[in-house]
Design a protein around this ligand. Structure first.
Ligand SMILES: Cc1cc2nc3c(=O)[nH]c(=O)nc-3n(C[C@H](O)[C@H](O)[C@H](O)COP(=O)(O)OP(=O)(O)OC[C@H]3O[C@@H](n4cnc5c(N)ncnc54)[C@H](O)[C@@H]3O)c2cc1C
Length: 492
């Protein structure tokens, strides 16, 4: 007979979200806790993240255009305020002699012409957002950014300094969280959960790959992009907003010549990337990131074209000396992205099951707040974030079809120019081709729902992908959402 282990809270997924939630619960002294997830974290997003702690650095024209996006932005600002105390707590608990987890104190956003008009409008959106929120706009001479030595023809003529927006070393952060959990007696199971176990429609545990059953009053799935397959063992398609994998490639490198970077240096956000960026990791090491392409399933490898794209962009747009960098680590991770682009945070349609996922590009930065919010909900206390992102919802709609088509065109143009694809065809000719592609897709789709540019690109990738998007939209758009059931230990 399979052995059974019992806990108060069982967290599936050992990325930033799962570990931060466990850490929040032990800090509150909330019962027995287990976290399950393979130690290697292959396919996980957190282990590959640049871990920029960015708010205004992430702003695009979409950020303050609609109410749901504004709510998400304010969530990110609230998360930002928690980081100093989070880092103090982790560092005070760590063994002596460890370097600080925070590796950069600020960010420079550079505006160059390697993409397209998209960068200009997103750069303007950042300065507008700073002004709207009463923050100073610090424009600086790009030539003064320490370490920034792009090729002459790819240099930026404008740059923005964001003093409070630094970065942590994601891999050391995960190790610090794990160390603190181990010392506190949390069970860390180096295992994959194969299925959710339900009794009378209540989720009460999981079956691990080694046959062990773990049972708990509350099961939290924080499995990132790979968590979708586990959720599908209990939730029906209509109970789960589809999750996709935004596969990203990045490098940890060691500088051998030239002046090291002292701050994060990045371009504005772009589809098919998260903005080109360098994060100084200390000790002569520099993180270079990152590509982004949406797939249905998480992947552990990357195509040569991503390797070529990232290394070429870093060597030309950030610092020509990057050519000589030694590569220490190749990182591949999958960002958890939902069909509507917003996270899934809260009780699921099944009692006993809480979801903590779908954070896409900035989940590591938001993790401490999302963990504190989840801990509150598990304890029957008040939410800390808006309930808009409850997993039991209709798709959040922020785009018309026409808006989605134009956004797709602009992102494709930026990607086309940045990848220095064959220099034929004018900008307007290229825009017409991309617009025709996207318009034909929406004509075929026949559903009045505007997708984000990454998902339009995914749908256009193959007839199978397009069918899948249509099936998902038919299931999740235009239907009434069921009520979230909830299952707080006290108060329900
Ligand atoms: C290249 C790249 C750069 C990024 N840069 C930034 C950045 O600068 N700033 C930022 O804030 N965010 C960044 N992100 C996004 C951020 O990493 C994610 O939003 C966030 O880390 C998601 O955390 P998570 O814990 O939900 O998922 P993950 O980190 O993916 O962790 C989930 C874990 O659960 C495990 N798991 C899944 N299924 C199971 C199962 N059935 N049983 C057991 N375990 C399971 C997986 O192995 C995985 O390790 C980046 C992402 C990538 C890929």
């Amino acid at each position: 007979m399979a052995s059974v282990q019992y806990y108060d809270t069982l967290i599936i997924g050992n990325g930033a979200l799962g570990l931060f939630l466990a850490e929040e619960l032990i800090t509150r002294g909330s019962g027995t806790i287990a976290v399950a997830g393979p130690r290697g974290r292959e396919t996980g997003a957190s282990q590959a993240a640049g871990a920029m702690l960015g708010c205004f650095g992430e702003v695009t024209t979409e950020t303050l255009r609609t109410e749901p996006a504004r709510i998400k932005f304010e969530m990110s600002r609230a998360a930002h305020r928690l980081w100093p105390q989070v880092l103090r707590r982790l560092e005070s608990d760590a063994p002596a002699g460890q370097p600080p987890l925070k590796v950069a104190e600020s960010t420079h956003v550079v505006l160059n012409t390697c993409g397209s008009y998209l960068d200009s409008v997103n750069y303007a959106a950042m300065t507008d957002a700073l002004t709207a929120y009463g923050e100073d706009v610090h424009e600086v001479d790009p030539g003064e950014i320490v370490g920034y030595h792009p090729r002459a023809d790819q240099r930026a003529l404008r740059a923005l300094h964001l003093p409070g927006e630094g970065a942590v070393d994601a891999r050391r952060l995960l190790a610090a969280l794990e160390g603190r959990l181990e010392r506190a007696g949390v069970t860390l199971a180096d295992q994959n959960a194969e299925a959710l176990v339900t009794v009378d429609d209540r989720v009460c545990g999981v079956r691990l790959a080694n046959g062990v059953h773990m049972e708990a009053e509350t099961v939290v799935v924080a499995g990132g992009a790979r968590g979708a397959s586990l959720l599908q063992t209990a939730l029906t398609p209509s109970q789960l907003i589809p999750l996709f994998a935004g596969r990203g490639f990045a490098l940890v490198t060691r500088r051998v010549s030239g002046t090291p970077f002292e701050s994060v240096v990045r371009t504005p956000n772009r589809a098919f990337a998260c903005g080109l960026h360098v994060v100084p990791l200390g000790g002569g090491r520099e993180y270079l990131g990152a590509t982004n392409s949406v797939a249905k399933e998480p992947l552990t490898s990357v195509p040569m074209t991503d390797v070529h794209f990232l290394t070429q962009c870093a060597m030309q747009q950030l610092d020509e000396e990057v050519t000589h960098h030694e590569v220490e680590q190749w990182l591949v991770g999958n960002r958890p992205v939902t069909l509507d682009g917003f996270p899934l945070i809260g009780w699921s349609a099944l009692p006993g099951l809480y979801l903590l996922t779908g954070t896409y590009r900035d989940g590591l930065h938001c993790a401490p707040l999302l963990a504190a919010n989840a801990a509150n909900e598990l304890q029957g206390k008040e939410r800390l974030i808006d309930d808009l992102f409850t997993p039991v919802r209709r798709l959040i709609q922020t785009r018309t079809v026409e808006h989605s088509i134009e956004e797709y065109v602009q992102h494709c143009l930026a990607g086309w120019f940045e990848s220095q694809a064959a220099p034929h065809g004018s900008t307007s000719w290229l825009a017409t081709i991309y617009r025709q592609q996207a318009t034909a897709f929406y004509d075929w789709l026949g559903i009045d729902y505007g997708l984000g540019p990454d998902l339009v690109a995914y749908a256009l990738g193959s007839p199978h992908n397009a069918q899948e998007i249509r099936r998902s939209l038919r299931t999740h758009h235009g239907h009434s959402a069921p009520e979230p059931v909830g299952s707080a230990r006290s108060g329900d």
